[in-house]
Design a protein around this ligand. Sequence first.
Ligand code: IMP
Length: 178
Amino acid sequence: MSFQPEPRILFTRQEIEATVSRLAAEISRDYHDKFPLLLGILKGSFMFMADLIRLLDFPLEVEFIRLSSYGRNTQTSGKVKVEQSLRSPIKGRDVLIIEDIVDTGLTTTFLLDYLQQKKPASLKLCVLTDKPSRRQVPVTIDYLGFTVPDEFLVGYGIDYDEKFRNLPEICFLKDEEQ
Ligand code: IMP
């Protein structure tokens, strides 16, 4: 018997569009005069970042950072490392992290500590999807898209084993036999 994961839609394109618009309005209100640095966490945030910044009509900069990921597993190892760091300094900048998922909270907590050491003027968190039922460490999310159930998500930039990032909807994986 082979495991053949089947993506099922959790949030449609229209729901994503409405949510990204709401987040863009909240971020515009708070950052329009701050020339912020939007820091995307690779790879899962790239599509969210691309849609979000097209709705932000004020000066900003975009950066990416790459952290270790689950790889082939669907469970976090709890060990996070920086695989590709920042190319521009963030000291004195208003930094807004753009993250795809907060699950256990271990990755985000690590990242917040790592970036705080670089002395930004402010550091906030914008998250597309939050799985609060799986939290191991508390995380304060400043801008939240969707609260999601304990399912493995794919699509809209989010992967399972590098697959499914190209799906335009946010989906969850179900075994075909379920
Ligand atoms: P955490 O450290 O457990 O909070 O996990 C954060 C990271 O794990 C996210 O940025 C994702 O890269 C990955 N992740 C967590 N849940 C999922 C999921 O449902 N699908 C794909 N990746 C996930």
